[in-house]
Design a protein around this ligand. Structure first.
Ligand code: ATP
Ligand code: MG
Length: 451
């Protein structure tokens, strides 16, 4: 009896909540203040001067500790949106369900939100336990508890350069281990997108998912189906453009999670022979992201679905359909079938079509049509796409390079290149005359069959 009481007392004494948060000094966490956005520091300072607490929080702190460059900086504070807004010249309250403030400094927006309370019993959920509303202000400790992983629940105070850590996040981060705050299964049920986030952060940090955090994923993966398509799309895009998309996909596959977790991946990873092309597309995306270059989602999705389009295109041609109508039909059928399921937004699908439809036009170089092609808004993307096809061995690489040079050239260079074409010996594969129409195979006449 007494030992039980003592045990309880001791465990309470050592539970994170009883001990309060760890306060980690800069010599231990290693964040160099010079790498912190001065605008984020400014937001914290102003709030502090007005008597509030304010910290840089979330992904930025995580990335700074491991030496990555944060994508953006978020601030968390105990001031309410109405209290925050008047303190800054350019600030607007956004969001209806949970309001937060965008403090604007030229190009940079510092998203500033009020500490939030975590899920409670009477929270509104769907029939699978997914939280539908999450909008109660809370304390810093509560705010930490409602975040997903320990490494994402760190608060950096620019004033004294300390990191406040309620869940041993710095420790996990140094081990590069993604660990869920609270009971993983419950947290996945509340928000299934967290499964994808776990995989993404592990790949991004070149680390791993803590075994207890990883264990429920396999059986719970199907809950992803209940997530609204637009949210899933955002998360999928983050995964594909995190700079480690290939690692993410390998991991998802190794864990058997590519089934059901992301419908797009089923399509992409399961097609025979399509792997090389997809790999090339993702490697290219990864290296662009790591070099700080922009990524076009339409290009990426066009690449991921190309093998499907191509094989249907081929099929239709074999059935006697003409080249271009066959391609249009193939694209339509892939998109019709996949858009809804894949959560690819309509605005991207029209760009994807343009990129695809330009492909057969690269096969023949004819002065007049080249000028028309250059004027197309997706010409550049379509040329980039052609390079992928060349790298995958499905298009002549010299010809692909010619188009790339054309895309990179100025008006004068382009005119020269097109002019030179007239003097080149014709490649028979690239004949300039009207293409012979492929005939539909004629059905053998019935009487012959019978004869
Ligand atoms: P990045 O922006 O690099 O993708 P991030 O950690 O900043 O990573 P955001 O989606 O910008 O991710 O979210 C900011 C923070 O909000 C996270 O660090 C985490 O603390 C919290 N958060 C985001 N999504 C969730 C979620 N689904 N469940 C719980 N907390 C979340
Ligand atoms: Mg972020």
């Amino acid at each position: 009896m007494i030992t039980d009481t003592i045990k309880k007392f001791v465990s309470r004494l050592f539970s994170p909540a009883a001990r309060g948060p760890q306060r980690i000094t800069s010599d231990k966490h290693g964040i160099d203040r010079r790498n912190v956005s001065r605008h984020a520091i400014k937001v914290c300072e102003v709030l502090r001067q007005h008597g509030y607490e304010a910290y840089i929080v979330g992904g930025a702190v995580r990335d700074l500790i491991v030496g990555l460059e944060p994508k953006d900086f978020d601030v968390a504070t105990n001031a309410t949106p109405e209290q925050i807004r008047p303190l800054f010249r350019r600030a607007r309250i956004i969001g209806r369900r949970f309001q937060l403030v965008h403090v604007v400094f030229g190009q940079e927006i510092i998203e500033t939100s009020t500490f939030r309370a975590p899920a409670s019993q009477d929270q509104e959920t769907d029939e699978h336990g997914r939280i539908l509303r999450d909008n109660v202000f809370g304390s810093q400790e509560q705010d930490a508890a409602r975040r997903d992983f320990t490494m994402n629940a760190l608060y950096y105070d620019p004033h004294n350069e300390e990191v406040i850590d309620y869940h041993q996040g710095v420790h996990d981060l140094k081990k590069r281990q993604v660990r869920m705050i609270g009971d993983p299964a419950t947290r996945y049920r509340e928000d299934p997108v967290r499964m994808l986030r776990a995989v993404r952060f592990a790949a991004k940090l070149n680390g791993s998912i803590d075994p207890a955090t990883r264990q429920p994923i396999e059986t719970m993966a199907s809950l992803i189906e209940n997530v609204p398509a637009s949210r899933l799309f955002d998360e999928m895009l983050k995964l594909l453009t995190c700079g480690h998309a290939m690692d993410c996909l390998r991991q998802l596959r190794a864990d058997g999670l590519h089934h059901g977790l992301l419908p797009l991946l089923d399509v992409v990873l399961e097609q025979p022979g399509g792997e090389r092309f997809v790999e090339l597309a993702l490697e290219r995306t990864d290296s662009r992201v790591r070099a700080g270059k922009s990524i076009s989602p339409s290009f990426l999705f066009a690449a991921l679905l190309w093998q499907q389009v191509e094989s249907r295109w081929k099929q239709l041609r074999e059935q006697g359909e003409h080249n271009i109508p066959a391609l249009v039909q193939a694209a339509d059928s892939v998109l019709d079938e996949q858009t809804e399921k894949l959560a690819i937004q309509r605005r991207f699908s029209s760009d994807m079509r343009e990129i695809w439809f330009m492909q057969p036009r690269f096969e023949r170089r004819m002065g007049k049509t080249i000028y028309r092609m250059i004027e197309q808004p997706r010409f550049r993307a379509a040329c980039d796409f052609l390079q992928l096809r060349a790298a995958a061995g499905e298009f002549d690489s010299v010809l692909a390079q010619w188009w790339m040079d054309l895309a990179n050239g100025n008006d004068a260079t382009r005119a020269d290149m097109i002019e030179e074409l007239a003097h080149l010996p014709r490649d028979p594969a690239e004949s300039s005359g009207p293409r012979k129409r492929r005939r539909r195979p004629r059905r053998p006449a019935a009487q012959h069959d019978q004869a």
